[in-house]
Structure formats: C-alpha cells, structure tokens
Write a protein that binds this ligand. Sequence first.
Ligand SMILES: NC(=O)c1ccc[n+]([C@@H]2O[C@H](COP(=O)([O-])OP(=O)(O)OC[C@H]3O[C@@H](n4cnc5c(N)ncnc54)[C@H](OP(=O)(O)O)[C@@H]3O)[C@@H](O)[C@H]2O)c1
Length: 253
Amino acid sequence: MNRIAFITGATAGIGEATAKILGKNNFDLILTGRRKERLEQLSKLLEKENGCKTMVLAFDIQNRKATDEAFDSLPDEWKKIDVLINNAGLAVGLEPIHEGEIDDWERMIDTNIKGLLYITRWVSPGMVERSSGHIINISSIAGKEAYANGSVYCASKHAVQALTQGMRIDLVKHGIKVSSVAPGAVETEFSVVRFKGDKNKADEVYNGFKPLYATDIAETILFMVTRPAHVNIDDILIMPTAQAFSRAIHREE
Ligand SMILES: NC(=O)c1ccc[n+]([C@@H]2O[C@H](COP(=O)([O-])OP(=O)(O)OC[C@H]3O[C@@H](n4cnc5c(N)ncnc54)[C@H](OP(=O)(O)O)[C@@H]3O)[C@@H](O)[C@H]2O)c1
C-alpha cells in the first residue's frame, strides 16, 4: 500500500520535483499551492506516469481560515498523512533593514513561519494518534547564518530550524520523525519571486556557477523518507559545490 505525502508548494521548484520523485516511489500525494491550474496539470501527469493517487488542495497558507477549510475538505482516507513536507516559502525583496518593505516582511513571516505552523498543527495530531509519521521542514542556508539585506528571510528560516528542533523534542515520544533540509542556492522560481518578477535580476543570481537543481533536493528528501524506522536524518545542509556559504560563490569569469 502506498504511503501518503502532503507537500506544500507543489506548483514549482523543490515541491514539484519532490512530488514527481515521491510519486515514482510508492507515495500517494496531496498537492498544495495557490496556483490551482498547475496543481491539476501535475496531478494528471503523476497519475498517468506513475499510477499514484493524488489530491489537489489549492489555498494560500498565509490564510488560516482557508487552510482550515482545505483540511476540512479532505476525505477521511486522505487524512492519514504519513509524510508532511513543509516546503512552501519565499523570500521577497533584498534590502538593508532600514529600507525594507514591511509588506514584504509580513509575507515572509506569514508564509515561512505562520503558514508552516498552521499546516503542522493540522497534520501532527493524526500522526500522534497513529504513533507514526515524518515531518520535513524546508529551511535554508539562511537558517544557519544571516546575510546582508536578507535579515527577515534569514530570521524566518532560523525560526524554521528552531521549530524543527522543538517539534522533534515534542514528538519524539510519539515515534514521529522530524527533519530539516537546508539548501544553498537552488535554481527555481525563488529568485523571480524575490525580485518581484524581474527575470533578468533573477538570472544574475545563478550566473557563472552551477547551482543546485530542485531534483537535487528532491532526491535528498527521498533518501530521508526511505530510511528504516529507527533512523532519522535530523538536518541536512546541502550546497552547490561552488558555494561555500551564502555570499561566497565562486563564479567563473
Ligand atoms: N531556491 C533556493 O535557492 C532555496 C534555497 C534555500 C531554501 N529554499 C526554500 O525552498 C522552499 C521552496 O522554494 P523553491 O526554491 O522551490 O521556490 P519556488 O519555485 O518559488 O516555489 C515555491 C513554492 O511555494 C509555494 N508558495 C509560496 N507562497 C505560498 C502561499 N502563500 N501559499 C501556498 N503556497 C505558497 C508556491 O506556490 P504558489 O505560488 O502556487 O502558491 C511554490 O509552489 C522555500 O521554503 C524556500 O524558502 C529555496
């Protein structure tokens, strides 16, 4: 029987790649994100190519009511979630603290921290009841160190690291695994979102070096969710070879 994975942010990047790899590896999938059309396309593709079952839930994780309604709409057989991938997240803007846009800060905090909490609060009681489950939070190198002009994004990902540790402590007695994955630069829609649609600026981020690709992270997640029951990978920091820390990227001339 397939296990059920709930993936937030499955419309693009790391979440989409994770859905594709888990769909090929005996998982049925709950695919979430705001862009419903993309979720429906992905759902059709995965069902056709892998024969897995999928369920689409389109909602904004910043909106607590919409999140509640999405969960309420899940049929009972889909509520027994084995793996939760808390992936949806974003960076918006790149400014020093005294020039930052407060609306950008709120979007990052509401998505990366509060959204992750709403989802976890919904999914974790079922895991406790069944004494099994695995929660994987997608953090970042920004959760390990701060970098110039990114203090609020970095703070939000430091919060993800702290929440991962705290959740693991709370849930250990229920046999639930809690992990985090902290990637360096991954070429996805991330920078287009950060620069508010400016594709040229986004492309510059990845100029002159080989970044990670979403599939690199998805393969890591597959490894984590297929360890034996007694093994938990607490935390993985995964970087491009050309990136030594956030702002130390070796670019070819
Ligand atoms: N790319 C990197 O360099 C990098 C590095 C370290 C960590 N990360 C982290 O990796 C995670 C995935 O990012 P990515 O690189 O794959 O970026 P991406 O391609 O922009 O994908 C982000 C995903 O999050 C979803 N999302 C964003 N806001 C949402 C909201 N309010 N409600 C529901 N879904 C929302 C998006 O879906 P919709 O737009 O359809 O809602 C999309 O599916 C994020 O947590 C990010 O912080 C990325």
